[in-house]
Design a protein around this ligand. Structure first.
Ligand SMILES: NC(=O)c1ccc[n+]([C@@H]2O[C@H](COP(=O)([O-])OP(=O)(O)OC[C@H]3O[C@@H](n4cnc5c(N)ncnc54)[C@H](O)[C@@H]3O)[C@@H](O)[C@H]2O)c1
Length: 444
């Protein structure tokens, strides 16, 4: 099939490359000429393991190209897939300006029947509204498809080539059949439904996953007070097939470009039809507070006096294996530390440049290497569970820190790692581990 994918971000680029990998002829379009120049030069503007190799292979086979010329791409394609950003507005609602703009550009370029599919996450009713918008600019026929995306950054290729399911929201049976044929090589789990339900499936899925995370984080907070171990609790819960083990990892809360914005948007979507989504409001509130446990733990250790201390931070991306720092908990944690007179030294294996640009303020020493970051610090906070941090020698780490204080926001280390060290160690929801180290732990 001939496909144009509009938007070469985390979703559009991976999707486009994977559609080419399936043997389709794919043109990836972006309005950002720097991204397209980089792609045409063989580079990849995002960090996603394996993506560069897959892009090169498909370009060599002549199935994949990159351009800023949206009209030319649209005229050469039967299927046009929108994967532009839908970032949050201050109100929490999704900003649909980019998708509206792209839809109008498609309409103006149409030269015959097209399937126009929306992969971007958009509120219920958006596909219908886009359809009306497109009809104001063209008389050519088209079918709208809602094609919500579920890939996870860091494992995006695998998620795209082996998805748990594909959701196709359609009004037209023939367009649904074409989209089913396109995705059939990926999975048998294809759910064809009406457009509004497809749009809702995306928000409901993300809201449910965010709920699981906030739920286990609250359980972790209670575990700290009652002396239970949240990792054991999660393991015990996860064997129950009705619950499942995924997304029961306690930590400093979710971040990234999807969960925060999609939960806020769903609260707004519900609010717009006079429904207060109380459960989801609490999920968001719990998540926002969870990151401050890191600060609270530092304050306990330093008896409320953070002023003048040096705190090292390991991990700035919202999760490992991505350079995405949008809504990363590290942003707010570091900001709070800086505002309270702490000297922050920060390091991330991949996301340094993106974080620095988004943080946009002074007061942080940006470091190039994990041990150098820790050297001379009064405490170390681990905020992203990159493999490189799990593999460090804790004896060496202890020797470079001024004081052996380790706040492990992702439960990376266990009792074995800590054996033979003198760390004052705090993790999330594992009070027995805190007490298991040589230094006596203050009661939380
Ligand atoms: N990132 C994820 O993990 C993920 C997962 C599932 C769904 N989604 C959803 O997918 C959508 C895209 O997310 P993303 O993270 O890939 O966004 P992104 O910000 O990384 O990329 C969006 C791209 O679209 C381009 N763009 C904007 N307007 C354009 C136009 N008119 N013409 C051509 N290009 C244009 C931008 O230049 C940018 O490169 C969002 O709705 C998001 O919620 C994201």
């Amino acid at each position: 099939m001939n496909i144009t994918v509009i938007g070469t971000g985390y979703v559009g680029l991976v999707s486009g490359i994977c559609y080419a990998e399936l043997g389709n002829q794919v043109i990836c379009v972006d309005k950002d000429p720097r991204k397209i120049d980089m792609l045409n030069a063989g580079g990849i503007p995002i960090y996603e393991p394996g993506l560069q190799e897959l892009a090169t292979a498909n370009r060599t086979k002549g199935r994949l190209s990159f351009t800023t010329d949206l009209p030319s791409a649209v005229t050469q394609s039967d299927i046009v897939i929108l994967a532009v950003g839908t970032p949050p507005l201050p109100s929490g609602e999704a900003n649909l300006d980019y998708i509206d703009e792209a839809a109008l550009e498609i309409a103006q370029a149409m030269n015959g029947y097209k399937i126009i599919a929306v992969k971007s996450t958009v509120p219920v009713g958006t596909n219908e509204r886009l359809g009306q918008l497109i009809r104001t600019r063209t008389n050519h026929p088209f079918d709208s498809i809602s094609l919500p995306e579920f890939l996870r950054e860091g494992s995006a290729i695998q998620d795209t080539l082996q998805p748990d399911r594909i959701i196709i929201g359609a009004e037209s049976e023939s367009a649904a059949a074409t989209m089913t044929a396109l995705h059939k090589p990926l999975t048998d789990q294809i759910v064809v439904t009406d457009i509004r339900s497809a749009e809702m499936i995306k928000y409901a899925s993300n809201a449910f996953l965010a709920t699981k995370i906030s739920f286990i984080n609250e359980i972790a907070n209670i575990c700290e007070k009652v002396g239970a171990d949240v990792t054991k609790v999660a393991e015990g819960m996860g064997y129950d097939k009705r619950i499942g083990p995924s997304f029961l990892k306690a930590g400093i809360g979710y971040g990234g470009s999807c969960f925060p914005k999609d939960t806020s948007a769903l609260i707004q979507i519900a609010g717009n039809v006079d429904y207060e989504f109380k459960l989801l409001r609490s999920v968001v509130e719990v998540n926002r507070d969870q990151r401050f446990n890191v600060i609270r733990k530092l304050e306990t250790i330093f008896e409320g006096d953070l002023q003048g201390k040096t705190v090292a931070v390991w991990g700035l991306a919202f999760k490992p294996n991505t350079d995405d720092v949008r809504d990363s908990p590290a942003l707010e944690i570091i900001q709070h530390l800086v505002d309270n007179g702490v000297k922050v030294k920060a390091y991330d294996p991949i996301a340094m440049d993106n974080f620095r640009a988004l943080f946009g303020k002074d007061g942080v020493e940006w470091c190039n290497e994990a041990m150098e970051t820790a050297r001379g610090a009064d405490a170390l906070c681990l905020l992203t569970e990159w493999d490189e941090f799990a593999e460090v020698d804790l004896g060496q780490l202890q020797s470079v820190l001024k004081r052996p204080i380790l706040i492990d926001g992702r439960n990376v280390f266990n009792e074995e790692h800590l054996l033979g060290t003198d760390f004052i160690y705090y993790s999330v929801g594992r009070p027995s581990l805190n007490q298991g180290v040589k230094q006596p732990m203050p009661i939380l």
